[in-house]
Design a protein around this ligand. Sequence first.
Ligand SMILES: *[C@@H]1O[C@H](CO)[C@@H](O)[C@H](O)[C@H]1NC(C)=O
Length: 130
Amino acid sequence: MLIWLRNLLLLAAVLECNTQDSVNQPTRVQTASEHEMVKLHCTYSTSDQYPYLYWYQHKTNGFPVYMLRKLSTGSSSSEKEFEERFQADLNKSSNSVSLSIQDVRVSDSAVYYCALQPTVTETHKHPDKN
Ligand SMILES: *[C@@H]1O[C@H](CO)[C@@H](O)[C@H](O)[C@H]1NC(C)=O
């Protein structure tokens, strides 16, 4: 059975007004057979040294669901339902974060978004904003 994993153009730096930060998913549409391992890619650009990278799952007729986050220092945390088969890997030198899905299922069919949050959001306001 063929299933779909669709990567749409995502909301760049949804969580912050810093326009220098952005994320990009080069592979927009990806398909896989059931039980395969699938890897979705996302690249980002930020001046922040220690950004948080987030993955969200958006199923048809639903809201985007927060799945997990990865800090560039290596630590990560996942929501319970995504702990087992979903894993993010961050590569700081290539500014990319991937989402691996093990043993992929039809029910994983969704749009997956990645998002970036700088760690310095509170103190890093842009004086030229507005
Ligand atoms: C991270 O990215 C760099 C540059 O593209 C690459 O050479 C390196 O092998 C990657 N590291 C891992 C762990 O994938």
